[in-house]
Design a protein around this ligand. Structure first.
Ligand code: SF4
Length: 390
C-alpha cells in the first residue's frame, strides 16, 4: 500500500509532485479522505477485508508535517482493512529534516513505522539553498541522529546529483559523508527540469543552463563507486542498500506485484489495470466529500504493454531477467542481436541473468527503445487494447 501525503510547508524549486502548500495540514480531513479512498478500492477490486498487509509506504509531500498523530490515525484506519503483523510489515515513512521532531520520530517508531526515508538531497548549504530546501546540512545530520535516538535501525536518505555547472559542489565528499553516517540505504536521483517548476521556468528564461551530460555521468559513476566501496549494493539504478536492507516496498514496483495507491495523485496496480487517483488535493478532497470517484483513470494494459513494462522495470534492477525468460524468445532474433552488441560494448552482462552494468544503466532508455523497436512482443494473454477513463 502506498499512501500520499500532499502537504508541504513550501515548494522546492525542482518539485512537480502533487503538493499543496500547507504548513499546518488538515489532518482529520486527509484521514477522512483516505478512509473513503480505501473503501472505494476494496469495492472496485471486489475484495473483502481483512487482507494481509506486506508493505506500507507513506510518501509525499511531507508526511513529517502530520506529526505523531498522522501515522497513529493512519494505522487505526488501515487496521480496519488489513491484518497487520507488526513484525512482518515493512512500514516506511518519508520525513523532511526540517519537520522531523524528536516527538514525531518517537511516536512513529512506537506506532510501528520501522523504516524512515529522509529527504536530505545534499550535504552542502549552498546546494540546499539553490534547490529551495528548508533545511541545511547540519539539520540533515541532526535528523539522522534524531531518528537513531528514536530507535530507527533502518534509515535511508535521498540525494540529488547532476546539477548545472554554475552550482559548484563536492559531490564525492557528500556521498562519502552519507556513507560514513552508517545509513542502511541511499537513493541517488539525477535532477530533472520539469516545465512547471521554478527551475523549469529559469531554464526557459535562460537564467540557468541544463547540466552538462559529462557531469551527470561522472557523478552517477562516482556515487556508485563510493557507496559500493563502503559496502552498499547497487541494487537498482537509483538505489543502494546494505546487505538485507533493500526497500521491499519499492522492489514490488519493479517485480510486478499488485499494490494500492491511496491519496491524491497516487497510483495503484491491479494487473492488468493501472489505476490513477485524482491528482490535486483540492479536487481529491472535493470528490471525497461529494461521494464521487477518486479515480482519474483506470487504464487497461495490453499483454504487450505489460511485457515491455516488465522488461523495463526488471532491467532497472541488479537481478535483471534470467536468460531463460520466455520474453527473450518472444522478442525475436533482432533483440538477441542487440543483446550481443550491448554485451560487446560492456553495457550488459549475462552472468546470473541478463543485467545492465552501471554504464548500461546510464543508457537504459536507449536500450529499452531499441528492444521495443525490434518488433512486437508477442504475449501469451492479449486482451482488449483500449484505455478506460473512469
Ligand atoms: S519537500 Fe519534497 S514534495 Fe515537498 S516540495 Fe520539496 S521536493 Fe516537493
Amino acid at each position: 500500500v502506498y499512501v500520499h501525503v500532499p502537504f508541504c510547508a513550501h515548494r522546492c524549486h525542482y518539485c512537480d509532485f502533487s503538493v499543496a502548500r500547507s504548513p499546518h495540514p488538515p489532518l482529520d480531513e486527509w484521514l477522512a479522505c483516505i478512509a473513503v479512498d480505501v473503501r472505494e478500492w476494496f469495492a472496485l477490486a471486489g475484495w473483502r477485508p481483512p487482507l494481509p498487509l506486506d508493505t506500507l509506504f507513506v510518501g509525499g509531500g511531507t508526511p513529517s508535517l502530520l506529526g505523531g498523530a498522522g501515522m497513529e490515525g493512519l494505522r487505526g484506519l488501515l487496521a480496519q482493512w488489513f491484518t497487520w503483523e507488526a513484525s512482518a510489515v515493512e512500514w516506511t515513512a518519508e520525513a523532511n529534516p526540517a519537520s522531523l521532531s524528536a516527538d514525531t520520530a518517537a511516536r512513529w517508531r512506537a506506532v510501528g513505522v520501522n523504516r524512515l526515508s529522509l529527504g536530505v538531497q545534499a550535504f552542502d548549504d549552498e546546494v540546499l539553498r539553490w534547490l529551495g530546501r528548508l533545511h541545511d546540512a547540519e539539520g540533515a545530520r541532526r535528523a539522522v541522529k534524531r531518528a537513531r535516538a528514536a530507535g530507527f535501525d533502518n534509515l535511508s536518505v535521498d540525494l540529488i546529483f547532476g546539477l548545472p555547472e554554475e552550482v559548484p559542489r563536492d559531490w564525492r565528499a557528500e556521498v562519502q559523508l552519507a556513507a560514513d553516517l552508517g545509513l542502511e540505504h541511499v537513493s541517488a536521483y539525477g535532477l530533472t527540469f520539469e516545465p512547471h517548476t521554478a527551475l523549469g521556468r529559469r531554464l526557459r528564461l535562460g537564467r540557468v543552463r541544463p547540466p552538462p551530460e559529462a557531469r551527470y555521468v561522472e557523478e552517477f559513476m562516482a556515487g556508485a563507486e563510493i557507496l559500493e566501496r563502503a559496502g552498499f549494493e547497487h541494487y537498482e539504478v537509483s538505489n543502494f542498500a546494505r546487505p538485507g536492507r533493500r526497500s521491499r516496498h519499492n522492489w514490488h514496483y519493479w517485480d510486478g506485484t499488485s499494490y494500492l495507491g491511496l491519496g491524491p495523485s497516487a497510483q495503484g496496480y491491479l494487473p492488468p489495470h493501472r489505476v490513477r487517483n485524482v491528482h490535486r488535493w483540492d479536487a481529491y478532497r472535493r470528490a471525497a466529500g461529494a461521494g464521487a470517484s477518486l479515480r482519474e483513470e483506470i487504464e487497461f494494459l495490453t499483454g504487450e504493454q505489460r511485457e515491455l513494462e516488465r522488461l523495463w522495470l526488471t532491467l532497472r534492477t541488479a537481478e535483471g531477467l534470467p536468460p531463460s525468460d520466455p520474453l527473450w524468445v518472444r522478442l525475436g532474433a533482432g533483440a538477441r542481436a542487440r543483446l550481443k552488441a550491448w554485451e560487446r560494448a560492456g553495457w550488459l552482462t549475462r552472468r546470473g541473468g541478463v543485467r545492465l552494468t552501471s554504464q548500461g544503466w546510464l543508457r537504459m532508455d536507449e536500450f529499452v527503445a531499441e528492444l521495443g523497436a525490434c518488433g512486437p512482443v508477442r504475449s501469451e494473454s492479449e486482451g482488449p487494447g483500449t484505455g478506460v477513463n473512469a
